[in-house]
Design a binder for this molecule. Structure first.
Ligand SMILES: CC(C)(COP(=O)(O)OP(=O)(O)OC[C@H]1O[C@@H](n2cnc3c(N)ncnc32)[C@H](O)[C@@H]1OP(=O)(O)O)[C@@H](O)C(=O)NCCC(=O)NCCS
Length: 175
């Protein structure tokens, strides 16, 4: 396993899609962090990659062999025009890469890009419980704004989702 602190963080390409989905499908099988219950195909994130809308980004953390160890992305929160200044963010790491600062590196780069695009506010939806994700979001400027009770059902239990929000640091300047 590569040292997570040495991995390159860059924009994703089509060659990274299958590696991203391998990580995602592990979460489908083992975690409530996604409410998907069936595996997604290798091109699951192709639509995110194809977007040229400012504020939409897909980042991967890769080793020199090109293996994807984690990814983070920003995309549409809800497909209505008045939400255009808002993005929903998400991040997934291979189990072996967690707890070593890689989530933070991915989010710092993603938020820098989203801020530079002038996005007003970022949303994260965190299924409960997920102390690592909550710590990452808190550390990168998000705050909890509310919890929806028992909106998901996975692994035989009802699952709450917590909404976290981060305004761009100079968002007050926005019209
Ligand atoms: C959530 C996730 C992306 C966090 O990334 P990470 O690389 O493990 O986290 P980092 O090492 O960058 O740590 C970020 C912060 O979280 C804290 N943290 C990390 N793991 C933690 C844990 N298991 N419990 C509590 N805090 C934790 C770190 O101390 C750090 O906080 P600090 O800056 O205040 O010290 C990663 O654990 C993961 O991929 N989990 C599975 C998928 C998932 O849940 N994605 C989120 C969906 S909302």
């Amino acid at each position: 396993m590569s040292d997570p602190t040495e991995l390159e963080i860059r924009s994703a390409t089509a060659q990274d899609l299958a590696g991203m989905v391998r990580i995602y499908n592990h979460a489908v099988d083992h975690a409530v962090s996604t409410f998907d219950v069936e595996h997604r195909p290798d091109d699951h994130y192709a639509g995110y990659l194809a977007s040229d809308r400012p504020g939409d980004h897909v980042l991967v953390a890769v080793d020199p062999m090109g293996t994807v160890h984690g990814y983070a992305f920003s995309g549409t929160y809800r497909p209505r025009a008045a939400y255009d200044g808002t993005r929903e963010l998400s991040v997934y790491l291979d189990a072996s890469a967690r707890g070593q600062g890689l989530g933070r590196r991915l989010y710092d780069e993603l938020l820098a890009r989203v801020d530079a695009d002038g996005i007003h506010t970022c949303i994260a939806v965190i299924a409960q419980p997920n102390p690592a994700s909550e710590a990452l979001h808190r550390a990168t400027g998000f705050e909890p704004v509310g919890t929806l009770r028992e909106v998901g059902h996975k692994f035989g239990d009802w699952v709450d989702t917590a909404f976290w929000q981060r305004m761009r640091p100079d968002a007050r300047a926005d019209a």
